[in-house]
Design a protein. Structure first.
Length: 482
């Protein structure tokens, strides 16, 4: 919730009390320098003991509610026919309106099953923007191609456009005409759109995409991993929805798709995921593969404790104080950084605050990975772990040629109900300092490079050992314990 102070300033107020805490650690600058080198300048390979604030992702890092933790204590651990499963099925029916549920161990498992069942070899998937694992499943499992048909405004990082996650309708129609509807397995809408800065799509755009899909008889699939954030932003930004509840908006959104899936690690704050549909045919086709890849129908690779907690989380995710808690923290930080001249993606969306590394580090070419360099520099200057969402997150093509990302972003994810205003103020201060010393930051080059999803395990090195100079300047100002 946003509260206006007597000074006129607005701040995000946490609408929860902290009753259980997890200790964090202040990591001195010398240890940070050693840790990032040992990690091959890849923030994914840092150990959590070497991190002050972990803003790598919001996946599986959200704080569960007291009601979720309590629900885990009454889980039915039966292999088949678990009562816990039927509680989750009832919650999904009540909140989302789906009759059929297929639980999976996480979101990428849902992507795998959907691609396996719906895709034919060399099919095309149309999407508002790809996500890393989605694209990998499309290319590796289905041997197909992922075609992004985003609106041009999506790549404008300094923008006032409220819905940069929209699909461009003319591009959508042209793609169907060019490839033929029989070659398009499905159209995918991601809520919110991760790799362009957590940007939402509008209800108006979703309705229009639904009409096109219906006309050509192409399935429409929603990745709803952050659907409640998308709904919260629709409520704030789209005319006609300001008086609707988040739950009403979510229900309207999902009513427009043929298949819905999500990573429970985000919206429901539970490690798991599911596929849901009202289509008998899709349900039956996917169901037969569930035991083969995941587990029996009534647990699907999840523990029954997680299923119990997810049943609660599905209901809680549409509470505006839950759906909006990270959104408002992100907005607060983005506005604070923008006022200081630090380049961030605007308008701020869901998931995290995103730095524009091309604007932050214009002296570093894309073949030296500016987003990766900025993530390293942020860790050195603050102990905060962020994630590169740029060219390092884009694999090379089959010939080994580098494919430069459309955007070079550094994502500082905001797990739900985890960080406080003092953490945000600290992060803003360190980013301002780093921006004022940005000329000290240099590029990176790969030392070890996996062939697929290289951002997970790849190791790099700092070109010219620029991290040492950055550390020396930092120590002069803040001291060795800074």
């Amino acid at each position: 919730m946003i509260v206006k102070l007597s000074t006129g300033k607005e701040i995000p107020i946490e609408m929860h009390k902290i009753r259980i805490v997890q200790k964090t650690r202040w990591v001195p600058i010398e240890e940070r320098l050693l840790a990032i080198r040992d990690a091959g300048y890849n923030t994914f390979l840092l150990k959590t003991g070497d991190i002050f604030l972990d803003m790598l992702t919001d996946s599986g890092t959200n704080a569960m509610s007291d009601n979720q933790l309590a629900a885990m204590m009454v889980a039915d651990d039966s292999y088949a026919g678990s009562v816990s499963f039927y509680k989750l099925a009832d919650a999904i029916k009540e909140v989302l309106g789906f009759n059929y549920l297929l639980p999976v161990h996480q979101g990428r498992a849902a992507e795998h099953l959907i691609c396996k069942v719906l895709m034919k070899p060399e099919d095309i998937i149309l999407t508002n923007y790809h996500f890393t694992t989605t694209k990998a499943h499309i290319e590796e499992s289905g041997k197909g191609a992922c075609l992004e048909i985003y609106a041009d405004e999506a790549l404008n990082t300094r923008s006032t456009h409220p819905f940069k996650g929209n699909i461009d309708l003319e591009k959508l129609k042209k793609a169907i005409k060019d490839y033929g509807k029989e070659k398009i397995s499905f159209v995918r809408m991601e809520a919110t759109t991760n790799l362009v800065g957590g940007q939402p799509f509008s209800m108006e755009n979703l309705m229009a995409v639904r009409e096109v899909c219906s006309e050509y008889k192409i399935p429409l699939i929603i990745d709803g991993s952050l659907i409640s954030e998308n709904a919260y932003l629709i409520r704030q930004r789209e005319k006609g929805y300001e008086d609707k509840s988040v739950e009403e908006i979510v229900r309207e959104m999902v009513s427009l798709c043929d298949i819905f899936y999500l990573s429970g690690r985000k919206n429901t704050s539970v490690r798991g995921g599911f596929i849901a549909t009202n289509n008998d045919e899709y349900y039956d086709r996917i169901k037969v593969w569930l035991p083969f890849y995941e587990g029996f129908l009534t647990y699907g690779g999840m523990s029954t404790k997680e299923i119990e907690a997810m049943a609660v989380g599905v209901r809680e995710m549409t509470d505006p104080n839950v759906a909006g808690c990270s959104v408002e923290q992100i907005r607060y930080l983005a506005e604070k950084l923008t006022e200081s001249g630090v380049p961030v993606v605007t308008p701020p969306g869901g998931l995290g605050c995103h730095l524009d590394a091309k604007q932050f580090l214009p002296h570093i070419p894309q073949n030296k990975y500016p987003a990766g360099s900025l993530a390293v520099a942020l860790y050195v200057a603050s102990g905060v772990r962020s994630m590169e969402r740029g060219t390092i997150s884009t694999d090379r093509d089959k010939s080994g040629r580098e494919i430069f990302a459309d955007l070079e972003l550094v994502r500082m994810a905001f797990p739900r109900r985890v960080y406080t205003l003092s953490h945000i103020e600290y992060l803003a201060d360190r980013l301002n300092w780093l921006y004022n010393h940005r000329d000290l930051i240099g590029g990176l080059r790969f030392v070890t490079e996996p062939p697929v999803l290289r951002f997970f395990f790849g190791k790099l090195e700092a070109v010219g050992n620029w991290d040492e100079k950055l550390g020396e300047v930092f120590k002069k100002e803040f001291g060795p314990l800074g």
